[in-house]
Design a protein around this ligand. Structure first.
Ligand SMILES: NC(=O)C1=CN([C@@H]2O[C@H](COP(=O)(O)OP(=O)(O)OC[C@H]3O[C@@H](n4cnc5c(N)ncnc54)[C@H](O)[C@@H]3O)[C@@H](O)[C@H]2O)C=CC1
Ligand SMILES: O=C(O)C(=O)Cc1ccc(O)cc1
Length: 300
């Protein structure tokens, strides 16, 4: 891949910052400009060497830019695209890191209709419950998957350029239609986050919350780590993908109702069968990473 002359990162947090650091480490970029909502965090990004320069307006940021990564919360994508659209030059590659794809694509058609050939939606399946540029690191994407959901209007060369950028970050690229993307991640990412937030919230509101948390151990920590994730980011994801998330929630509520019925009737045999099936599926999921070429890429 040709080196990126000027990379613009909009939203220099965990995801945008790590992308900038990974491309710099790979020698794939000459200059990195950050644009965002908080001048203080952009100044910190310059101090940390994640970006070379902070910009406060799109005209200056996009002047001479050949590649743009949009990495603000998904609820900000609409406003961001509206603001950047008048300043985009033909041929500048635009991609995003949003956790949901249909809403981001809707915003793309609304605001970047003249730039569809070069706007390639994406989603890195790597991250953490931590946020902000301080949490960014160059190896975040190594061995991780990135889902690219190309538009029918995309120039093949633009898709290739986005794939090459993620490849330079060490990621494994996977293409998928946006609707399928949103259904899959509702099940394996958005629902677990909703449940973790919900459980911690429920316990925290109780009069004996202090006592409960003081006795919580590793199981509680593992189940609820993601309840420490960024509230704005997860508000936006849950709202954007609520149609698919509601379907997953209903299915999970049915599973809970089944579990409740087994408990109520004291059906130990069926409960054990269900637990055994779940354990086998969980172990098989874990083992696929142990046996992979890059066990370090395990999400565990
Ligand atoms: N945290 C994670 O594990 C993952 C997050 N994502 C997605 O990546 C995006 C960024 O997430 P993080 O880096 O974790 O969040 P973050 O909170 O670390 O960074 C977001 C950055 O966007 C900036 N920002 C907010 N509104 C903005 C606006 N209107 N214009 C420009 N900048 C704005 C914030 O100031 C912050 O610096 C989100 O869309 C999220 O859904 C995707 C994969 C994993
Ligand atoms: O912290 C974790 O385990 C995550 O699940 C990170 C994550 C958060 C959001 C995404 O869209 C993708 C990955």
């Amino acid at each position: 891949m040709g080196v990126i002359d000027k990379l613009v990162v909009c939203g220099v947090g965990l995801i945008g910052g790590s992308f900038a650091m990974a491309l710099r480490r790979a020698g794939m970029v000459r200059r990195i400009v950050g644009i965002g909502r908080s001048q203080a965090s952009l100044a910190r990004a310059v101090e940390l060497g994640v970006i070379d320069e902070a910009c406060s307006d799109w005209a200056a940021a996009l002047d001479g830019a050949d590649f743009v990564l949009l990495a603000p919360p998904v609820g900000q994508m609409d406003a961001v695209m509206a603001a950047m659209a008048p300043h985009l030059a033909t041929g500048t590659i635009v991609t995003d890191a949003g956790s949901t794809k249909r809403d981001v694509i809707d915003a793309t058609y609304r605001h970047l209709s003249g730039h569809l050939a070069y706007t390639v939606p994406g989603h890195p399946i790597a991250g953490a419950e931590k946020s902000g540029v301080e949490a960014a690191f160059a190896s975040l994407y190594e061995g991780r998957r990135v889902v690219v959901t190309p538009l029918p209007e995309n120039e093949p060369a633009a898709i290739l350029r986005v794939r090459e950028a993620w490849d330079a970050c060490g990621a494994l690229i996977h293409e998928m239609p946006p609707q399928e993307h949103d259904r899959v991640f509702a099940a394996v990412s958005h629902l677990p986050h909703l449940l973790a937030f919900g459980l911690v919230h429920d316990l925290a509101q109780r009069s004996n919350a202090e006592q409960l948390f003081s006795f919580a151990a590793g199981g509680f920590r593992d189940f609820t780590r993601i309840a420490a994730s960024h509230p704005e980011m997860w508000r936006d994801i849950c709202i954007a993908n609520r149609q698919a998330l509601l379907a997953e929630l209903d299915q999970y509520l049915a599973e809970l109702a089944h579990l409740r019925a087994l408990l109520l009737s004291g059906d130990a045999a069926r409960l054990e069968t269900l637990f055994s099936e779940a354990r086998a599926a969980r172990n098989a999921w874990g083992e696929q990473f142990a046996n992979s070429a890059n066990p370090a890429a395990s999400p565990e």
